[in-house]
Design a protein around this ligand. Sequence first.
Ligand code: NAD
Length: 490
Amino acid sequence: MSDNTMQTLFAGEWRHAQGPRYETFYPHDGSVAGSLHAATAADVDHAVQAAEQARQRPNWAGLKRHERAAILHRIADGIRARAEELAQLQRLDNGKPVGETRALVASAAGTFQFFAAACETWEDELTPARGDFLTMSVHEPLGVVGAITPWNSPIASEAQKIAPALAAGCAMVVKPAEITPRMAIELARIAQQAGLPDGILSVVPGKGSIVGDALVRHPLVRRIAFTGGTEVGRGIARLAADKLMPVSLELGGKSPTIVCADADLDHAVMGVLFGIFSSSGESCIAGSRAFVHESVYSAFREKLLAGAQALRVGDPSLATTQMGPLVSRAHRDTIERFVELGRTEGGTLLTGGMRPSGPQYERGSYYLPTVFEGLPNEARLCQEEIFGPVLALLPWRDEADLIAQCNDSVYGLASGIWTRDYKAAWRIGRALETGTVWINTYKLFSISTPFGGVKQSGVGREKGRRGILEYCAQKSFYWGLNESPLPWAR
Ligand code: NAD
């Protein structure tokens, strides 16, 4: 009998982890998508110890930057060579429509390409000296770093951590979400084939409370790059504080989108629909609160509801599908509880609020695009991250009050503004407490542009040229130039 159980890469060796075997499920129909063994704390220790040894060998951290860059370029090429296969595999793991998973795979390849270029072009600093010496500051790899990622966009979140860490010369142990392990495993395979030395990259699948926790606590792990929920991130920050270990935390959001009176309403409607309902709302940057100026509120609502009801919800293997299933039935239960909450808080359900009907949806974890109105910004539905296709519509009149409401959130990840008035966009954009502001667009990304949150949406930034420095320790040198001894001891 053939064994289709996935193996994973530990310290350069492909094998099963030592924990219990478990299955992952295709959210479209509940069928088994894959099976693998969860890692144990002993597996984590093995991977970290191997990474520590590997990072001390000269064949990675000791390479010239252009030599490391060449391997990163080969990883980008390896991703592109398998792009369609990877997109289909990610679809099986989390049920995202293939149009989206193709874009995520392309972005992952672009991430490795970008950090390859950044790796060989970033410059150390010659700083202005204040005496008879030369001062310079160089950047050295931090050592072994751990990456912990969520299930919603695995290949992109993993590439955003692995590429800069490898570019910096670090060794890395990656803990993907329990239910979406494949992309990390395939990235490790591609990296190995591209010539990454053994031990520099290992993957430890399994439960966060066991595997992720062991990784965070491991004394040889010098940094954690985490993307996930705010509560888990807070726990990681506490453990990191005990170790005095740097962390980056990309956490949750409750992002506001603002529609001004002068906005191009058709563009704004398309932008708001895309912002909340693409990825079925399972996106940290989902634009889940839409503040619409009262003078255009009715017209906007009419167009928005028509658009939401026309969205193509269904089979994620079809390129025409706009909204696939939610990641699991358990997650759909959570969304349903939020919708019930919205009702009990006095919200008016304008559309959705239920599962789609029809035989094609019966076995999957589908949910319809859902829009509420009539809730104040203080309502829990407007304050808590739902991570699903649920939008709250809120009218606004006064700009100062609008900004106060947008900022009245524990989160501060992203925001959007739809207006033709560039001065208003600048004024409002500067006043919003968010890490990203989109103006007359939404949810577009560039690897060259730093990303991250403020307040409880996170700490630190990923992406951008400086992304490499997050994985480096800065070391400063003073080169004495004076021919005579230091005067003090004379
Ligand atoms: P999650 O926090 O439950 O899990 C994220 C990762 O952390 C998983 O790999 C999980 O196994 C691991 N984990 C869980 N408990 C842990 C622990 N005690 N110690 C160490 N690791 C642990 O999040 P999720 O449900 O997978 O993803 C959804 C969340 O991720 C949402 O809140 C969303 O906003 C957030 N997210 C943020 C961004 C961003 O860039 N800001 C991007 C995507 C998702």
